[in-house]
Ligand binder design. Structure first.
Ligand code: PMT
Length: 404
C-alpha cells in the first residue's frame, strides 16, 4: 500500500466539499496511513470533528488555545508528518496561504510546515476563476506547493464549471507521489500493457486474457517515483494512470510501430503486454459466414517486438515478461538470452490468483549474472515496485549525478 507507515496531516477548511474529506480520510487509513485531521472553525459548520475522529482513530485538532490544544502543536504538526493535504482548500485558505497569514491553527501549521503540501481547491466556479484566486494559486505553485486543478461539473450552488473537489483517487495518487522517494526523477520509462487484437474479419479477432493490470501498475508506480512515463496499451478497460501519457494500439504490428517510435528517447522499456504471436494471414473484408462444419484459419507470425527493439538498444534497460504454465524460471531465462534482455519477469499464470486479469501476481525476477529474485504472491503494484527497484539499479549513472 502506498501509505504504509506514512503520517499524513489532513487539513479541512470550510466549504461544502468538507464532507468529501471524510471519504479521503477513510481511504488514507485503509491505505495504511496514520491520519491527523486539523479543521478550521468554518469546516466544523459542515462536518463535526467526531466524524474524522471515528474514521482516523485520532483526536481532531481544531484550535490553538483552550482545552484539548497542545502547546507548540502549531509548529510540530506540520513537521512530524510525511506530507500535508488540504481538502477542500477554500478560496479563503488559498488567500491566507499566499499572503502568509497564520490566524488559526491550520494556517499557522502551514506557515511552520517543512513537509510537502498538496492543495486540493474546491469552490464556486466564479470564485475559482477570480483573478485574485488564480494569482494566489500561481504564487503557491511558484513556491513549490502542488495545487490540483478542481474538476468540472455541477457544483453544490447549482452552477456548472470548474470548482469540484478532485476525486479521492486523483488526490490519493498525487499524495502518494509526494511521499514516495523520487528515485526515477526525470527518467523516461516506456511500458507496454494489455493484449493485442488480431483481426480476422470486421467483427472477430484473436486475443488473449491480459487485462493490462500489471503494465498499468508499472506505469503508475514509475510515475509515482518521478519518471516521465509513456504507456503503450493494447485494448483495455482500465483508466489511464494519472500523469502518464497513454498511446492506444490494437495489433502487434501497431504496438511494434509505437514502441520503435518511442524507444530512442527511452531509458528503460518494460514489456508487460501479452503480444499475440500470430495474426490471421488474411483479414476478410466482410464478416465470415457460418458455412461448412470446419473452418481453417491460416496464421502468420507477428514480429517479436522485444527482440527487434533489444537489438537497437544502446544504454537502455530492456525488461521482458514471461507468462508460463510450466518450467517457469528455465523458460524465462532462455527468453532473456534469446531476446537479448537485461531482465525478465517470470509470472505464474496457471494459478487463479496470479497472472492474467487478477490484482495479484507471483513472479521471479531473472537477470544477467545469475540474478534471481523469487517473490511471494504480491499485489501488482508491489510487483511493479520490486521490478522498478531492479531497473533503478541497472540504469546508467547520469552525467554529473547519481544513478537515481
Ligand atoms: O495484463 P494482466 O491481466 O495484468 O496480466 C499480466 C501478464 C500475465 C500479461 C504479464 O504479467 C505478462 O506476463 N506479460 C507478458 C506475457 C507474454 O506475452 O509472455 P511471452 O512469454 O509470450 O512473451 C515474452 C515477452 O516477449 C513479453 O515481454 C512480451 O511482451 C514479448 N513479446 C511477445 C511476443 C511478441 N510477438 N513480441 C514481444 O515483444
Amino acid at each position: 500500500m502506498a501509505f504504509t507507515g506514512k503520517r499524513i496531516l489532513l487539513g479541512v477548511s470550510g466549504g461544502i466539499a468538507a464532507y468529501k474529506a471524510a471519504e479521503l480520510a477513510r481511504r488514507l487509513v485503509s491505505g495504511g496511513a496514520a491520519v491527523k485531521v486539523v479543521m478550521t472553525r468554518a469546516a466544523q459548520e459542515f462536518v463535526t470533528p467526531l466524524t474524522f475522529q471515528a474514521l482516523t482513530g485520532e483526536e481532531v485538532a481544531t484550535t490553538m488555545f483552550g482545552p484539548g490544544s497542545e502547546p507548540l502543536e502549531h509548529v510540530a504538526l506540520g513537521q512530524k508528518v510525511d506530507a500535508l493535504v488540504l481538502a477542500p482548500a477554500t478560496a479563503n485558505l488559498l488567500g491566507k496561504m499566499a499572503a502568509g497569514i497564520g490566524d488559526d491553527l491550520l494556517t499557522t501549521i502551514l506557515l511552520a510546515a517543512t513537509k510537502p503540501i498538496l492543495v486540493c481547491p474546491a469552490m464556486n466556479c466564479e470564485m475559482w476563476a477570480n483573478p485574485a484566486v488564480q494569482e494566489n494559486v500561481a504564487r503557491l505553485r511558484d513556491r513549490g506547493l502542488t495545487v490540483l486543478q478542481p474538476e468540472a461539473g455541477e457544483l453544490a450552488c447549482g452552477a456548472v464549471g470548474y470548482g469540484r473537489l478532485p476525486e479521492p483517487e486523483t488526490i490519493l495518487e498525487a499524495l502518494a507521489k509526494l511521499v514516495t522517494p523520487q528515485d526515477l526523477a526525470g527518467r523516461r520509462i516506456l511500458v507496454t500493457a494489455g493484449p493485442t487484437h488480431e483481426d480476422m474479419d470486421p467483427v472477430r479477432f484473436l486475443t488473449n486474457r491480459s487485462s493490462g493490470k500489471q503494465g498499468y501498475a508499472l506505469a503508475k508506480v514509475a510515475w509515482r517515483r518521478g519518471a516521465e512515463v509513456c504507456l503503450i496499451s493494447g485494448p483495455s478497460h482500465l483508466p489511464a494512470p494519472q500523469g502518464v501519457e497513454r498511446l492506444e494500439v490494437r495489433s502487434a504490428r501497431e504496438m511494434l510501430d509505437a514502441v520503435l517510435a518511442r524507444f530512442p528517447q527511452t531509458e528503460a522499456l518494460l514489456m508487460a503486454a501479452a503480444v499475440g504471436d500470430y495474426h490471421p494471414t488474411s483479414r476478410a473484408e466482410h464478416k465470415i459466414k457460418r458455412g461448412s462444419q470446419e473452418l481453417t484459419v491460416h496464421l502468420t507470425q507477428n514480429p517479436d517486438i522485444l527482440k527487434e527493439v533489444a537489438a537497437l538498444k544502446k544504454r537502455q534497460v530492456v525488461v521482458g515478461f514471461a507468462a508460463e504454465t510450466r518450467d517457469l524460471e528455465a523458460t524465462a531465462r532462455r527468453k532473456l538470452e534469446d531476446k537479448g534482455l537485461d531482465l525478465i519477469v517470470a509470472n505464474q499464470v496457471n494459478r487463479p490468483d496470479s497472472g492474467f486479469a487478477v490484482d495479484t501476481n507471483e513472479v521471479a525476477i531473472i537477470g544477467r549474472k545469475n540474478l534471481l529474485v523469487r517473490l511471494p504472491l504480491l499485489s501488482k503494484e508491489e510487483v511493479a515496485a520490486k521490478v522498478l527497484d531492479q531497473v533503478v539499479a541497472l540504469l546508467p549513472t547520469r552525467q554529473g549525478g547519481k544513478s537515481a
